[in-house]
Ligand binder design. Structure first.
Ligand code: PMP
Length: 389
């Protein structure tokens, strides 16, 4: 059976061009950048060239880029590392209620260490209110962390406005850019972001590679102590093949992003329109316009997430009911609950995320399947009574 993959937010296949770019760094150019011989120099050159390309990708300077083993590590550097370094200035941190699970768990960790955390509520579309954010700022606030966009419902946050507010109040602004990278332009200078996390896989590079961006005048404590690589902030031999993979992924993305945004926006608008028109009692989750081009997130009255996923699986369609990072828990999505949905509404949701290798036929396949599956499951459901009957 043909498989249709529409879960790009949870994982992306590595682009073949990225693999081709990485290959020489496994067996031919395997040197350790810390070594002083010419094989080591090849590693150093690759590392520094990668730093330059990634810096350009987000309009940063090369010495503001630190390679990590993924976004979670970069987020830890940006939040825990910053909090520990700056605790003499204040102990208050602000995050939004719709951050990635890693940020919620870091916030709990910092609370156990004596920090105070405010969680800013969002509106029904999942957007942070600037007014509420401003109200929570105190003279103890040292850090605000709001991601560029939700990895679940795709809502894009007012990042530039938050950056401006943080700048005016002299508070560091950290943003998890993972959900948004490659799907909207990211410019740390324009956006006023001081600390940021990126992942390689989200731009079709290998997993387990990421970047921590830190603007020049900012300082964090290292979390991993050792040989002093990455200017003392991230010790351990650099994963040169992985970092080169991220570089090639960023180069390709620079070239292809605008075309992809246009293509995915077409897919998304078509899916939202079709589903809402064809399926009674269906609703869009997240913002109608301020949303990632790849994200379609809908919910259906009287449908339970698990059963709908299994029905799609039977048809060879891979989609999701929420964040893959938390899908093994039975808890409803904290993001959907933050937008005001009831538990049962949150459980009846479906997340479809498109990516580089999708085609029009993939969209046709899923659009054909959705009304059929929802109708069949509703016919089996003793509790579903259509409001339209
Ligand atoms: N932030 C967001 C928005 C994510 O979706 C993820 C997972 N892809 C992460 C952070 C963590 O990234 P990683 O798995 O690379 O550590």
């Amino acid at each position: 059976m043909k498989q249709v993959y529409l879960d790009y937010q949870s994982a992306k296949p590595v682009d073949q061009r990225v693999i081709d770019g990485m290959m020489p760094f496994f067996r031919e150019k395997y040197g350790n950048p810390s070594a002083l011989h010419s094989i080591g120099d090849e590693g150093t050159e690759a590392l520094e060239e990668s730093r330059k390309v990634i810096a350009e990708f987000i309009n940063a300077d090369e010495d503001e880029i630190f390679f990590t083993s993924g976004a979670t590590e970069a987020i830890n550097m940006g939040i825990v590392g910053y909090a520990m370094r700056n605790k003499n200035k204040g102990n208050h941190i602000i995050i939004s209620e719709v951050e990635h699970i890693s940020i919620h768990n870091i916030a709990k960790h910092l609370e156990r260490l004596g920090f105070e955390v405010s969680r800013i509520p969002v509106d029904q579309y999942g957007r942070v209110s600037l007014r509420k954010l401003e109200q929570r700022i105190t003279d103890k606030t040292i850090l605000i962390s709001v991601g560029y966009a939700s990895n679940e419902i795709g809502t894009i946050q007012p990042i530039r406005e938050i950056g401006k507010l943080a700048e005016e109040r002299d508070i560091a602004f950290h943003s998890d850019a993972v959900a948004a990278e490659g799907l909207m332009p990211i410019d740390v200078k324009r956006d006023g972001v001081h600390l940021m996390a990126l992942s390689s896989n989200d731009i079709y590079g290998p997993k387990g590679v990421g970047v921590f961006y830190m603007r020049k005048k900012y300082r964090v404590n290292p979390l991993i102590i050792g040989g002093g690589q990455e200017r003392g902030l991230r010790s351990g031999s650099e994963d040169v093949p992985g970092i080169v993979g991220m570089k090639v992924a960023a180069e390709i993305m620079q070239q292809e992003m605008l075309g992809e945004i246009k293509r995915f926006t077409g897919y998304r608008n078509r899916m939202i329109k079709h589903i809402l028109e064809e399926v009674p009692d269906s609703y869009l989750n997240g913002h109608p316009t301020e949303r990632l081009p790849s994200n379609t997130h809908v919910r259906f009255d009287g449908i339970e997430g698990e059963s709908i996923l299994l029905s799609f699986k039977d048809k060879g369609i891979a989609i999701s009911t929420g964040s893959a990072c938390t899908s093994k828990t039975l808890e409803p999505s904290h993001t959907l609950i933050a937008t005001g949905l009831l538990h049962e509404e949150a459980h009846g949701s479906l997340q479809i995320t498109t990516g580089r290798f999708n085609t029009d036929e993939d969209i046709d396949t899923v659009l054909e399947a959705v009304p059929e599956i929802v109708t069949r499951l509703r016919n089996l459901s003793p509790i579903y009574k259509s409001k339209k009957v």
